[in-house]
Design a binder for this molecule. Structure first.
Ligand code: PGA
Length: 251
């Protein structure tokens, strides 16, 4: 199955509005061809990002969303708010949300459900800590994260999910998982989708790798059978690196 690759930049808590606008104006130069390009600026930059990119194929996505539709949840942003400014996809379950903001599997599954119910597509992140890998528990942990976060969605709903495998020990550390570690985990994740939803869905669902993807390793990672692109942190913050990574996905 020929799955279109995705390169998504997760800007995390970086960029003032001026810095964001400058980078987005440069990103308009990216030629995408066979790649879906997405960027996830912070909430304060989303509205303007959507406006600048309105004639571009680059999609502006959110880094997070709340599970309730509205109400007394100070500081939170709802699916409806995102949709109302033209944002149609959000990241959910990034390891930094799990770790620093105590987002449990239960919280995350509520966010996933709320998003899907409100037609917001989801990039759902999973990944193990180094200690789990050292105990040889990484496959079980990923199974649990995928089962708790996604597997009560029905076959129509799961089609709106993109999965990102991001080993926590590779995020922002310059340490990338090796190609064998990446391919075997992606294959395992696709197998979990196969067991629940069957061949057609498991062969169309896209699984991104994240964790220190850089211009010098992107091509090798993207050439792996079950890797359908990348979720890029640090290297998405400057045009030249991000553009090289998009080109690597272009083949
Ligand atoms: P990194 O971050 O590319 O800086 O390692 C990836 C991510 O957190 O999505």
């Amino acid at each position: 199955m020929n799955r279109k690759k995705i390169v998504a930049g997760n800007w995390k808590m970086n960029m003032t509005i001026d810095q964001s606008n400058d980078l987005i104006n440069e990103l308009k130069l990216i030629s995408e061809n066979n790649v879906e390009v997405k960027i996830a600026p912070s909430f304060t930059n989303l509205y303007k990002a959507v406006a600048i990119l309105k004639d571009s194929e680059i999609e502006v996505i959110a880094q997070n969303v709340h599970s309730e539709m509205r109400g007394a949840f100070t500081g939170e942003i709802s699916t409806e708010m995102l949709k109302s400014i033209g944002v149609n996809t959000t990241i959910i379950g990034h390891s930094e949300r799990r770790k620093y903001f105590n987002e449990t599997d239960l919280v995350l599954s509520k966010k996933v459900k709320a998003s899907i119910e409100n037609s917001l597509n989801v990039i759902f992140c999973v990944g193990e800590e180094l200690s789990e890998r050292e105990k040889d528990n990484h496959f079980e942990l990923i199974r649990t994260q995928i089962t708790n976060g996604l597997l009560d969605l029905n076959s129509d709903e799961i089609k709106n999910i993109i999965i990102a495998y991001e080993p926590v020990w590779a995020i922002g550390t310059g340490m990338t998982a090796n190609t064998q570690q990446i391919q075997e985990m992606h294959e395992f994740i696709r197998g979990l989708i196969y067991d629940k939803y069957g061949h057609d869905i498991s062969s169309m669902i896209r699984i991104l790798y994240g964790g220190s993807v850089k211009p010098n390793n992107a091509k090798e990672i993207f050439s792996l059978d079950d890797v359908d692109g990348g979720l890029i942190g640090g290297a998405s913050l400057n045009f030249s690196d991000f553009n090289s990574i998009v080109n690597a996905a272009n083949g």
